[in-house]
Design a protein around this ligand. Structure first.
Ligand code: CP
Length: 302
């Protein structure tokens, strides 16, 4: 419609400039430390459209909205499936929800569906994880935690381990790190499941190392993206899975002060024995998600 300001959607971490990312991290840090507050969202409603399972992201957004004074409504049923009798397009679902809500947070197995939702929505849509490609708020909370624990984002030795084709969290983090080039980007993935080359454009080729086994030595940050489907021994034979599991013995190779991150849920990529290690940051990282999602909602709605 002529003259209408387009909604402030958030599709991928690459939709944000480095300045915008830092502004979100700063707002989140102000909340965490109690030094600043955010504009209240009293009376505003967030539609949570989760068409794939989620615990952290869904609960994180729900609590973030409520902490800011707003309300939420959760939709999980899919009406576009052939077995529903009255099939509905994602555009129609979003159009209806947008008439009741001020912002939509959407998770979907298909990134194209989130694109279509954004194209058809008159309210902002925040991508809460789509396909194998995008998980922008996960990347923001990963950056937030890295900066908080290590004091900076650039020049770090960062390892990313797991199925780097299927992990939207790993892919989103690597996408974001293009703004803060690592001294080393160590990519550890099973053969055939390596990070797509297109995502490595923009990095200094000499900073990238690859391995099909976990090699934690010398890293500042170890990001355990994991291998899905623990029972799928055809895709991930036991020796491949074992080679990419962080055990207490392998965690002992980490440098002092280095941190282990994981988007969670954990399958078996981190042995429970690592949880007591001073390197284990993943539950603290997950908790930081609340501040980041509050900052994202406030930015979107004010
Ligand atoms: N990290 C993450 O996206 O977790 P959930 O699938 O539980 O939201």
């Amino acid at each position: 419609m002529e003259g209408r300001v387009p909604p402030r959607h958030l599709f991928g971490i690459d939709s944000l400039t480095p300045e915008e990312i830092l502004a979100i991290l700063d707002a989140a840090e102000g909340l965490r430390s109690g030094t600043t507050t955010l504009a209240r969202l009293d009376g505003r409603v967030c539609g949570l459209l989760f068409f794939q399972p989620s615990t952290r992201t869904r609960v994180g957004f729900e609590v973030a909205m409520k902490r800011l004074g707003g309300a939420t409504v959760l939709v999980t049923e899919v009406k576009s499936g052939p077995d529903m009798g009255w099939a509905e397009t994602v555009e129609d679902t979003v159009r209806v929800v947008a008439d009741y809500c001020d912002v939509i947070v959407m998770r979907h197995a298909d990134s194209e569906a989130v694109c279509r939702a954004m194209a058809g929505s008159r309210v902002p849509v925040i991508n809460a994880g789509s396909g194998h490609e995008h998980h922008p708020t996960q990347a923001l909370l990963d950056l937030f935690f890295i900066r908080r624990r290590l004091g900076r984002l650039d020049g770090l030795r960062v390892g990313v381990a797991g199925d780097l084709v299927a992990s939207r969290a790993a892919r989103s983090l690597v996408m974001a790190l293009r703004h803060w080039p690592p001294a080393e980007l160590r990519l550890m993935a099973p053969r055939g499941r390596e990070m797509p080359q297109a995502l490595l454009e923009g990095f200094d080729r000499h900073s990238i190392t690859v391995s099909d086994r976990l090699q934690p030595g010398g890293l500042d940050v170890l990001y355990m993206a994991g291998l899905p489907h623990a029972s799928d021994t055809a895709r991930y034979p036991t020796e491949v899975r074992d080679g990419l599991t962080l055990t207490p013995g392998r965690a002992a190779e980490l440098s002092a002060g280095s941190v282990v991150l994981c988007p969670l849920p954990r399958v078996d990529e981190i042995d429970l024995g690592v949880d007591a290690s001073p390197h284990a940051g993943y539950f603290e990282q997950s908790a930081d998600g609340l501040f980041v999602r509050m900052a994202v909602l406030a930015r979107t709605l004010t």
